[in-house]
Every structure is written in C-alpha cells, then in structure tokens.
Design a protein around this ligand. Sequence first.
Ligand code: CP
Length: 337
Amino acid sequence: MKHLLTTQGLSKDDAILLLDTSAQMAATQSRENKKLPTLRGRTVVNLFYEDSTRTRISFETAAKRLSADVINFSAKGSSVSKGESLKDTALTLHAMGADAVVVRHSASGAAHQLAHAGWLDAGVLNAGDGMHQHPTQALLDAFTIRRHLVGRVGDDGRGVDTSVGADLAGLRIAIVGDVLHSRVARSNVYLLHTLGAEVTLVAPPTLVPVGVETWPCRVSYHLDETLEQWQPDAVMMLRVQRERMSGGSGSFFPSPMEYSRKFGFDARRLAVLPDHAIVMHPGPMNRGLEISAAAADHPRSVIVEQVANGVAVRMAALYLLLSGDDSTNTQQTSTST
Ligand code: CP
C-alpha cells in the first residue's frame, strides 16, 4: 500500500489488514509506555487546508506514538494565503524530505492529485477531500463497529480483541442525515459493503446526491420506518454541513426544527432499536439538530470511543504505508516497546 486515498476499491484483504493492525496498535495504547520506535527517522507532514480537530490531532498523536517527526502545516498563516499553489507546496514538502503527507483539502480529488501528479515521493493519506472521501474516518468507524458488535474487549479496552480477522457480514448499519455533503457517508458505504455489512442511507430527498443509485446501499427517506422495521445494529448520524449549503444557512430543508423532527436522533428513536445497537457520529456534532444531547451522551453512544480509536487506526495506516505490510513487520510492531 503506497497511499490511502479512498475506500472505494480498497480490497477486503487490505481492509481487514488495516483493522487487524489497528487492533494491534490499540493494544499498545493501553499500556504505560505507549510509544513505539517503528517510524523513528521518518517525517510525517500534516497538510491541512480545511479546519479539523479530531483528524489533525489524532494523526499527529499517531505519528508521534510511532516516533516519527511531525510537521504541522495549516493553510492559514502559510504562503497559501499569498497564493501559493498545491503543486508548489508539494514541491516544498518534497524538498524537506517528507515521507508521508496527510492532506485535508476542500477540493474533491486533491489527495489523488498530490499522490499521482509526480510532485512528491511520499505516501499520501487522504484526511478528507471536499465531499469525496475520508477513508481513515470510515476505517475507525468500521473498527469501532467490529469491536462492539462482532468481538469483545474488556471494559477498560484491555484484553483480547476477539473480532480480529472478522468482517462485518450480517450487520445492518443506518447512515442518517446530510449524505449529499458527506465524505464520511461515501467512505463508509463502500468500506462497510466491502466488509459484508448492509447499509441504508436515510436522508431528505434534497440531501441525497445524484447517482446514489450506483452506490452499494439502499436509500430511505423515512427515519422512523427504517429504525422500526429494519432494526439496524448501528445508527451513524451525520453532521448537517450548513457551511457547504448554498448561502451557508441550511436552506436545503424547511427549518432546523423540521429537520430535527424528521431526521434527528433522540432518546425516543434510540428506544426502538435492538438492545445491542450502538449510536455513532463522526463529529463535530450539531447537538440539538441531528442528534440530541440525551442520545449523544447515552451509554450506547460510542462517539467518544470513535475518537479514541482514530489514533490506533491512523497509527496502523501510517505504519502500513511507511513500513510495508508484510507479516514480519507487523509482528515487530506488536512486540516493540
Ligand atoms: N470527523 C472529523 O473528520 O472531524 P474533524 O473535522 O474534527 O477532523
């Protein structure tokens, strides 16, 4: 694996390898000395043209836990504000010896261009490109689903993860909300399908993208009907991305109150799910719009755990891109201190 740009086309074997390596990484994170020497001497650049809290911090944490040198680049305050192009920025990173570039950009396809334009030798990890893809988010979501619904670990995260090696066959995942603007939804649909899960997207017709009929999932316009009749094992709520809507004011639905009434997730809707079902959200959340505080903070919510799992998943992605994916190296990582 040279780059991680999309979950579309990621093979099942590679997806399972990423999840299993994440499990190994997670095991190292519950011990006192969390740091591994694996990427000592390597340089990871976080190249963020769009705001981020979770992804940027967890990639930085992941790289540092693997002993890499980390350079954080934010477009704000850089020469990008003077008009410098993505190409010239990439050539600068190449000159500085970047081994991996983690990129978030508002343009769909920016990560692909960075990986394939010949400006860099580095491995490229897509940390979110426009409305296209966010593969490490989908991987951390799949990792969280697998641990909860397939395997078992101790309450404190320690112990054997019995989900290792497993796919998600037979699980039903509902992804609810602003699908139109969501790279998280696209990435999850393809990854969850590859792993054998069934996916239903639930959204108002105005927030469903053109061409969704080619995606490997079903589409519903009725949340209550989907929850009651389909009984999903996990409900993944999506952020309403008002900043990407025309006028930036959420003009795609009649009113926030109407949206919340029809598509918001709350304790009443949680109560109709099976007892084992989990509630997910990639963050950041609009509390009171797509999810109520009671649902977000409910014991069956795994939202904070998703963030924690992001570190292990990004450690695995950096490791597999920079160290090769053969079993010898994987073994070394699990036993190094
Ligand atoms: N889920 C996610 O991508 O969050 P951030 O925008 O905070 O990175």
